[in-house]
Design a protein around this ligand. Structure first.
Ligand code: C2E
Ligand code: CA
Ligand code: CA
Ligand code: CA
Length: 278
């Protein structure tokens, strides 16, 4: 039994060391991701529930490394451990606003662009000036740009969050509270922050409609948000049943596989920009 214990110990230690060195490798490779042009954005259409028109897009980052597409869950949290997220974040903002500016120039000036912000970016001294510069450079009205911030990010440093969010709103950009309904302090946040939108997390979309509790929670969150004058978006809308629920609850905008997964810019151009022109 004793030797088994030792073997186990070394097994776990080896695994941990492997994971650690993989992390360090990703960290190192990430340092040059921006300058090597390895990042790219996908865009997921945001749909108006009432008329099913596309009203905007959410920018979702990908990392093209060694011929493979690395999803954000595998590198954003690592980038957040260092200041790598600052330059990556600024690249994302610039690219997303540039794309929006391009669509505006073609005459599609009413799409919104949602950009995810990490709380670590709040500490980037150039964040706000970067946003301001991009909006000016690409000639985009600020209200077309919405920044998505998670509840947990706000909670991490309340004072800092409030300061940066205030500045972003002064520019005229909108603020959305992302992953809404997953943290337990949701309700108090709604009053404490000047936010325009809440995004109901996909984990709240019911797996089946046997239990009505999920529905009650969503109905309640929407009713409360509306009373506070906050717009509600649902993500993870995968089925017709989800869509019906969103309609019944009074949700205004939805995202999800039912309508479209995130797509690369060329595909978006083909489906929504050029197709509509011809
Ligand atoms: P998120 O902001 O909550 O984004 C929604 C995620 O759900 C996206 O995953 C999207 O592809 C996925 N999704 C969309 N529709 C559906 C659906 O109908 N069903 C299901 N099951 N999933 C759906 P993705 O692109 O892998 O991004 C994962 C997370 O990585 C994002 O969650 C966000 O927290 C982070 N992330 C992505 N892009 C960025 C970025 O540019 N900056 C930062 N800081 N974080 C990002
Ligand atoms: Ca998001
Ligand atoms: Ca989410
Ligand atoms: Ca998330």
């Amino acid at each position: 039994a004793k030797s088994l214990g030792r073997n186990r110990y070394s097994f776990f230690q080896k695994r941990m060391e492997e994971q650690l060195s993989r992390r360090h490798q990703i960290e190192k490779d990430l340092e040059t991701a921006v300058e090597n042009n390895e990042l790219l954005l996908y865009f997921q259409p945001v749909i108006n529930v009432e008329n099913e028109n596309v009203v905007g897009f959410e920018a979702l980052v990908r990392w093209k490394f060694k011929e493979k597409i690395v999803p954000p869950d595998e590198f954003i949290s690592i980038a957040e451990q260092s200041e790598a997220i600052w330059s990556i974040g600024r690249w994302i903002i610039r690219e997303a606003i540039a794309v929006l500016g391009g669509w505006n120039a073609l005459g599609y000036a009413d799409y919104s662009m949602s950009i995810n912000l990490s709380s670590v970016q709040f500490k980037d001294p150039e964040l706000v000036s970067c946003i301001e510069t991009c909006i000016e450079t690409f000639n985009v009205p600020a209200f077309q740009v919405e920044f998505e911030i998670t509840e947990t990010a706000l909670w991490r440093d309340l004072k800092e969050s409030r300061r940066v969010i205030g500045k972003i709103r002064e520019l005229g950009c909108r603020i959305a509270l992302d992953d809404f309904g997953t943290g337990f302090s949701s309700i108090s946040h709604l009053q404490k922050f000047p936010i325009d939108t809440v995004k109901i997390d996909k984990s709240l979309m019911p797996g089946s409609f046997d239990g009505s509790k999920d529905i009650a929670i969503i109905m309640g969150l929407v009713a409360m948000s509306k009373m506070l004058g906050i717009d509600v978006v649902a993500e993870g809308v995968e089925t017709d049943a989800h869509l019906s629920l969103c309609k019944a609850a009074g949700i205004t905008r939805i995202q999800g596989y039912l309508y479209s997964k995130p797509l690369c810019k060329d595909t978006i151009d083909e489906l929504y920009i050029f197709a509509a022109r011809s």
